[in-house]
Structures are given as structure tokens and as C-alpha cells.
Ligand binder design. Structure first.
Ligand SMILES: *Cc1c(COP(=O)(O)O)cnc(C)c1O
Length: 357
């Protein structure tokens, strides 16, 4: 079985081996030390300015999206949401549920956000912008430079869901004034699902402490306070956090750290994209993330490709849901994958699309 989905993705042997160990008790100086190191490494990989913090929540990425919105923002904010697919819509749903006023920029399938789109909202009194840097449902990567300029000009907070972009595309909290970066354990971190991470700028932390969220489990004040001593308010997914720490240390030991991991993911994406040229697929996004290639097959249903690859070739690609189920599918480039894995996938895709038996 080879897994080319966008999460959970394949973990390497060293990380999987840790899953065999007994789970240690965690209210100890030893575990606190591990957590402090993980926080430091996350912030390092994000090039986060001094006084930034990162918290680890035992919950999937969506919980960290929701926690970011309800802890940093409140009903007096006016939010702009970039909605280019399933995950943009999720921010819309979160703001609706929590009654946070917003406008949304709706983008067509795989379409990039442009200066033209943003122009309309310039000077509109927006206090925050929410974006999924890589809208994983279509593979489009938005232009952070453009978004950052808009936010700075409008003095708006910038909350970035980088759940699938972290360690696959460049996410730089130092270069850009990003107030919150969200990621999750099962994407490019390539660990089991169950933990998500929020890195917070000093400005975002101030908002968190000034706000009064009506929630206990996702209260970031508690997470930040306990995190100061390497602890979490509630029992975390201790085993996964140990795997995350090992994975972060692995990446840190690379010559150029996170940049090398991003390069590795990019090289897998490039290899695959080059090899499928000439196959009956249209590439969906204009500006694709390194993490995923989103394809529209021209002569066969996308869902049939997913099913045939799974049942006949032992290969998992990522199907889309809803209206797009038959139309597009995605091939991931994150996790423990090799060029040989792609050779197998490419041969299978050729066979399935009838290009070469
Ligand atoms: C995977 C993903 C999520 C959702 O994460 P869950 O862990 O399934 O809650 C949110 N946003 C983006 C961009 C993602 O890729």
C-alpha cells in the first residue's frame, strides 16, 4: 500500500517505531522539556519573531482553526475570509456559528487570489483576514505577500491556516506579519492525526488575553499559561507529541532545517508533475502548492481512478467530495514518499487512463 493522500500521510520508520512504546506519565519535568523543545522548533521553522508562542492542542486541525477564531477575535471584529473551497468555507462556518461578522471573497475552483479581488475591500474597516494558505481541496497556494500587504495597510490581524502548507511551502512569520499560523500532526509533519498547533504573534497573544472566550477545552489563555512550563491544561495525546518532537528534531538536524524538508516535498511535486505531462489530465490550480497536485481527468471519472488505484494497485490517491467527486482528485507530495513510489503511481495512472498498458 502506498498512501498519496493529503493526510494522514506516511510516517517514516523511526517515527512509527515510537508508536510501540509505552506512554509515559506526562506531568514531569522530562515531558515539559520535550514540549518546550517542540515549541521552540515550531517557532524556529516558522521564523517567528521573538515573543511568539506555539501551543499544542489535542484535537485535529479544525479545532485549532476554531480556537484561533474564538480566542483571537470577537463579535466586534469585522473579518474578511478568503473562501476558495472546502477549507475556506470552514472558516465561514466557524464565524457563522460564533457570530463573528465577516465578508467573504469567493473564488472559483483552483483560482488564485489577486490584487483586484482585495482592492474592493481595501479601507473597508476589516480588523482581521482569515485564509487557508494552501486551500487543500483544490491545491491552490495563495500569495502571502499580497495578503500581508493588504493586512498591513488595513491594520488587520492575519490568521493563516497553514495546516497543509507548513513544511511544504514557505510560511514565514518574520517576513510577513502573520498573527496566527495553524498546522496539524497528520499533514507534512507526517505523524498520526490528533494534534494541532497554533503559533501566535505577540499581538495575537494580547488579543487572546483580552478576550473572554466562552469555551473551556479550547481556551488558549490556559494553553499559553500552562505552555510556559511545558505543560498542557488537559491530558494531551502524549504519544503523538513524542512522535512530533522526534520528527521536529529530525528536520532540525538537516543542513538547512525546514528549508530542506520544503525542498524535498517540492522535488517530489516537480517529479510527478513532469512525469504526467501528456497524460489526459488537466491541472486544476493556477498556482499549486508543493503539497498536492489536483487533477481533472479528461477521459474517465476521478472517483473511478481513486477506486481502481485502491482496489487493483494498492495505491491511495485523495478523492474529492460533494459535487467534485467525479471531477477531480488529488495526489499528495507530503509524508514519507520516494521517487520510486511515484514511478509506481505514474505507471498505474497510465494504465488506468488507457495511455499504456
Ligand atoms: C487538513 C486540513 C484541515 C482540516 O484538518 P483536520 O485535521 O481534518 O481537522 C484544515 N485546513 C486545511 C487547509 C487542511 O489541509
Amino acid at each position: 500500500m502506498i498512501n498519496f493522500t493529503v493526510g494522514p500521510v506516511q510516517s517514516d520508520y523511526e517515527i512509527r517505531k515510537l508508536g510501540l512504546e509505552q506512554i509515559p506519565y506526562f506531568r514531569t519535568p522530562e515531558f515539559s522539556k520535550v514540549m518546550a523543545e517542540s515549541e521552540k522548533l515550531i517557532l524556529k521553522f516558522l521564523n517567528a519573531p521573538e515573543n511568539s508562542r506555539a501551543v499544542f492542542l489535542t484535537a485535529s486541525g479544525t479545532a485549532s482553526m476554531e480556537a484561533s477564531v474564538i480566542n483571537i477575535l470577537n463579535r466586534k471584529d469585522k473579518v474578511l475570509i478568503v473562501n476558495g473551497g472546502t477549507f475556506g468555507q470552514r472558516f465561514v462556518d466557524i464565524c457563522n456559528i460564533h457570530e463573528i461578522p465577516f465578508d467573504e471573497i469567493k473564488l472559483g475552483l483552483g483560482k488564485s487570489l489577486t490584487a483586484e479581488h482585495l482592492k474592493k475591500y481595501d479601507g473597508g474597516g476589516y480588523t482581521a483576514l482569515l485564509v487557508n494558505l494552501h486551500e487543500t481541496s483544490t491545491g491552490v497556494l495563495y500569495d502571502l505577500d499580497l495578503i500581508d500587504k493588504f493586512c498591513k495597510k488595513n491594520n488587520a490581524l492575519l490568521i493563516v491556516d497553514a495546516i497543509s502548507a507548513f513544511l511544504a511551502d514557505d510560511v514565514d512569520m518574520g517576513k510577513y506579519a502573520v498573527d496566527a499560523v495553524i498546522t496539524g500532526s497528520q499533514k507534512a509533519l507526517a505523524c498520526p492525526p490528533g494534534v494541532s498547533v497554533i503559533a501566535l504573534s505577540e499581538r495575537a497573544q494580547k488579543r487572546v488575553f483580552a478576550n473572554a472566550p466562552k469555551i473551556l477545552y479550547l481556551d488558549l489563555k490556559r494553553a499559553l499559561k500552562d505552555g510556559e512550563r511545558g505543560q498542557t491544561p488537559f491530558t494531551p495525546a502524549v504519544g503523538i507529541l513524542l512522535q512530533i518532537n522526534a520528527r521536529l528534531r529530525q528536520i532540525d538536524s538537516l543542513k538547512h532545517g525546514a528549508a530542506d524538508e520544503i525542498k524535498r516535498v517540492a522535488s517530489l511535486a516537480k517529479y510527478f508533475r513532469k512525469a504526467i505531462k501528456g497524460l489526459p489530465f488537466e491541472t486544476v490550480p493556477e498556482n499549486p502548492s508543493n503539497a498536492v497536485t489536483c487533477l481533472r481527468p479528461l477521459n474517465i471519472s476521478a472517483y473511478e481512478i481513486f477506486t481502481t488505484l485502491k482496489d487493483e494497485y494498492g495505491i491511495w490517491v485523495c478523492p474529492n467530495g460533494g459535487d467534485l467527486k467525479e471531477i477531480i482528485f488529488r495526489v499528495g507530495h507530503i509524508g514519507c514518499l520516494s521517487f520510486e513510489d511515484y514511478d509506481r503511481l505514474i505507471a498505474a495512472l497510465k494504465a488506468v487512463t488507457g495511455e499504456k498498458k
